[in-house]
Design a protein around this ligand. Structure first.
Ligand SMILES: Cc1cc2nc3c(=O)[nH]c(=O)nc-3n(C[C@H](O)[C@H](O)[C@H](O)COP(=O)(O)O)c2cc1C
Length: 368
C-alpha cells in the first residue's frame, strides 16, 4: 500500500498538545507487545523499539499497569508501579527524546479482562458479569472468570494508583500520560450501561457511570498538571465483549465533567461516521485525536481530510507504525509500507519488534 502526504498536509504540521509541542499530527497509537519481563519491567529492547519510531508527533506507549493487581489480561505486559519499572521507562524516555520524539505512557487497569493465572489476583470489575472471551494463560487458552465487584473504598484506592503511576511516569521523564478508558478495560467497563449494573454512586445514571473515569482524570491532572494528561475512550467499541447499548450519554457526562480541566487531548477510537463520534466531537472543544478501529484498514486520505477540515487535531495510527518505524518518511515519499506481521505482535524477542526495515535499510541492509 502507498499514500503520499504532501509537504503542506495538515497531518505534517507541528502543533502543541497541552504542555507538549509535537513535530507533526501523526501519532503512534498504544500497542501492547507482550515483551516485558515477568516482573512488569519493560523489555531491554523497548528503548530501541520506541526510539526507532520517534518521528511520530507523539508516541503513546503500550498499556501499562498502575499496580500489580491491574495486570492480567495478557502475559508480559509492563507496569509502572516499582522503581525498577520506572528506571526502564526513564531509559525509554531518554532514548525517545534523544531521537527527537515525544512520549506519553498509557496507564491501564484491565478490570474484568484479567485471568488469575496471569496476574495472581482475582478479576475485578463494576459488577459480577464476565466477558465471554478466552485469554492466553501460561497453561493455555482459558475463559475469563466472573469478576468480583469492586467496593467503593477499592475504587478510591485505584484512583490513587493511577495518580501514583502518573507521578512515576513524569519522574521517569515522560512528557505525559494517557488514561486508558477504552477497549473493554476497567474504566470503560464502568462507563458501560451493560457491564456496569451497580446501584451505588458508580452505577445507574450516565453521570454515575462516568464518575470513576472522571475521578481518575481529576486525580492525575491534579498530580501532574492537566496539560500532560490524555484520555482514551472507545464508545460502542465491541472490544472486550462490551456491546454498550447507549454509546453516548455516559461519555457526554464524562467530557462535561472534565471540560474545565483543559486536558492535553481526548483520544477517540471510532469510525468518524459513527453517531457517537459526531456527538462527542461537537461537545469537545479541545485537542482531539482520532484512531480508526482495528476492524478497518487505515485510510490516510480520510485522516488527512479530517485534519484539513479541522474535525480532528491529530490521527493516531497503530499497526502502520508498528511495521514502519519510518512511517512519516515513507508517507512523505509516497513509498510502499511494510505489512505488519500478526504472528509477532505479541511474540517474545526482537523479530517483528525492532527489525522492521526503514527505507534506507532496504537500500543498504543493516548487515551491509
Ligand atoms: C498489537 C496490538 C496491540 C494493541 N494494544 C493496545 C494497547 O495497549 N492499548 C490500547 O488502547 N489499544 C491497543 N490496541 C489498539 C490500537 O491502539 C488501535 O486502536 C488499533 O490497532 C486500530 O488502529 P490501527 O488500525 O491504526 O492499527 C492494540 C492493537 C494492536 C494491533
Amino acid at each position: 500500500m502507498t499514500f503520499t502526504l504532501g509537504e503542506q498536509s495538515a497531518l505534517l504540521q507541528p502543533s502543541t498538545v497541552g504542555a507538549v509541542s509535537v513535530a507533526n499530527r501523526l501519532f503512534m497509537a498504544p500497542l501492547t507487545r507482550s515483551r516485558a519481563d515477568a516482573d512488569g519491567t519493560p523489555s531491554s529492547l523497548a528503548a530501541e523499539y520506541y526510539a526507532q519510531r520517534a518521528a511520530a508527533g507523539l508516541i503513546i506507549s503500550e498499556a501499562t499497569a498502575v499496580c500489580e493487581q491491574a495486570n492480567g489480561a495478557y502475559m508480559n505486559t509492563p507496569g509502572i508501579y516499582t522503581d525498577r519499572q520506572q528506571d526502564k521507562w526513564a531509559e525509554i524516555a531518554s532514548a525517545v527524546h534523544r531521537a527527537g520524539g515525544k512520549m506519553f505512557v498509557q496507564l491501564w487497569h484491565v478490570g474484568r479482562m484479567a485471568h488469575p493465572d496471569i496476574s495472581g489476583f482475582e478479576a475485578v470489575g463494576p459488577s459480577p458479569i464476565a466477558a465471554d472471551l478466552v485469554t492466553h494463560t501460561p497453561t493455555g487458552k482459558k475463559p475469563l472468570p466472573v469478576p468480583r465487584a469492586l467496593t467503593v473504598s477499592e475504587i478510591a484506592e485505584i484512583v490513587g494508583q493511577f495518580r501514583s503511576a502518573a507521578r512515576r511516569a513524569i519522574d521517569a521523564g515522560m512528557d505525559g500520560v494517557e488514561i486508558h478508558s477504552a477497549n473493554g478495560y476497567l474504566l470503560h467497563e464502568f462507563l458501560s450501561d451493560v457491564v456496569n449494573q451497580r446501584t451505588d454512586v458508580y452505577g445507574g445514571s450516565p453521570e454515575n457511570r462516568a464518575r470513576f473515569a472522571a475521578e481518575v482524570v481529576e486525580a492525575v491532572a491534579d498530580e501532574i498538571g492537566a496539560d500532560r494528561v490524555g484520555l482514551r475512550i472507545s464508545p460502542g467499541n465491541g472490544a472486550g465483549d462490551m456491546h454498550e447499548i447507549d454509546q453516548v450519554s455516559a461519555y457526554e457526562l464524562l467530557l462535561c465533567r472534565i471540560s474545565s480541566l483543559k486536558i492535553a487531548y481526548l483520544h477517540i477510537v471510532s469510525e468518524p461516521s459513527a453517531p457517537a463520534f459526531a456527538a462527542l466531537r461537537t461537545q469537545w472543544d479541545g485537542t482531539l485525536v482520532l484512531n480508526t478501529p482495528r476492524t478497518v484498514d487505515t485510510d490516510f486520505a480520510m485522516l488527512e481530510n479530517l485534519a484539513e477540515w479541522g474535525v480532528i487535531s491529530a490521527a493516531a495510527v497503530g499497526r502502520a507504525f508498528l511495521a514502519n518505524p519510518d512511517l512519516v518518511t515513507r508517507l512523505t515519499a509516497g513509498a510502499e509500507l511494510n505489512e505488519p506481521d500478526v504472528a509477532t505482535f505479541y511474540a517474545p524477542g526482537p523479530a517483528g519488534y525492532i527489525d522492521y526495515p526503514t527505507l534506507d535499510e532496504l537500500v543498504t541492509p543493516r548487515s551491509a
